[in-house]
Design a binder for this molecule. Structure first.
Ligand SMILES: Nc1ncnc2c1ncn2[C@@H]1O[C@H](COP(=O)(O)OP(=O)(O)OP(=O)(O)O)[C@@H](O)[C@H]1O
Ligand SMILES: O=C(O)C1=C[C@@H](O)[C@@H](O)[C@H](O)C1
Ligand SMILES: [Mg+2]
Length: 173
């Protein structure tokens, strides 16, 4: 089985995905890390040098590579991956996949991302907490349409990472 984690930046796809893979003894792939590895560049640099569209094409290519692999895997998608082109459709078309939306509130995302926005080119220009919150509110509203197409939805605001992992393993039974 391939388990795909979806959700907004800061929802915990990477930290939860890594732990979930350990517990299930599945291979772990972080789509963003994979892009950086293949390009030998940070995502920030790719955005700066080539722009977002180029990044989205890379993201799509790597998603296709992952889908072609046979291993049992946990895949942490990028925050935008399910929202571009037919990325979500090609995931759902595959047999034996589960998609899981880590759903966090605007307040929690703002709190987490304010300290980490510089690694994330989509939000790095937002200087104040208020500007970041306003941006996330609108952006999450647009993107939630895609994230909500995931088969399992976990509300993560009140949960520690280990608790999110436990919830997921229970829902997978
Ligand atoms: N359940 C949680 N409780 C507390 N902190 C959390 C939780 N989940 C994630 N975090 C923290 O939030 C930050 C963002 O998490 P993470 O990098 O996993 O998000 P992401 O969904 O992978 O984001 P991106 O889409 O940008 O890759 C990290 O500092 C992480 O430790
Ligand atoms: O939400 C987004 O559009 C992004 C999220 C990150 O995971 C990275 O894929 C990149 O920073 C873009
Ligand atoms: Mg991540």
């Amino acid at each position: 089985m391939k388990i795909f984690l979806t959700g907004y930046m800061g929802s915990g796809k990477s930290v939860v995905g890594r732990e979930l893979a350990k517990i299930l003894k599945y291979k772990y792939v972080d789509l963003d890390d994979q892009i950086e590895l293949m390009q030998g560049k940070k995502i920030n640099t790719i955005f700066e040098e080539r722009g977002e569209l180029y990044f989205r094409k890379l993201e799509r290519q790597i998603l296709e590579d992952i889908l072609a692999q046979k291993d049992k895997m946990v895949i942490s998608l990028g925050g935008g991956t399910p929202c571009y082109g037919d990325n979500f459709e090609i995931i759902n078309k595959q047999e034996n996949t589960k998609t899981i939306y880590l759903s966090a509130s605007v307040a929690v995302l703002t709190e987490r991302l304010f300290h980490e926005k510089l690694q994330r080119p989509v939000i790095s220009h937002l200087e104040t907490r208020e500007a970041l919150e306003e941006f996330i509110r609108k952006h999450l509203f647009e993107r939630a349409f895609y994230y909500n197409q995931s088969e399992i939805i976990i509300k993560v605001d009140e949960l520690r990472v280990a608790e999110v992992v436990t919830k997921i393993t229970e829902k997978l039974k």
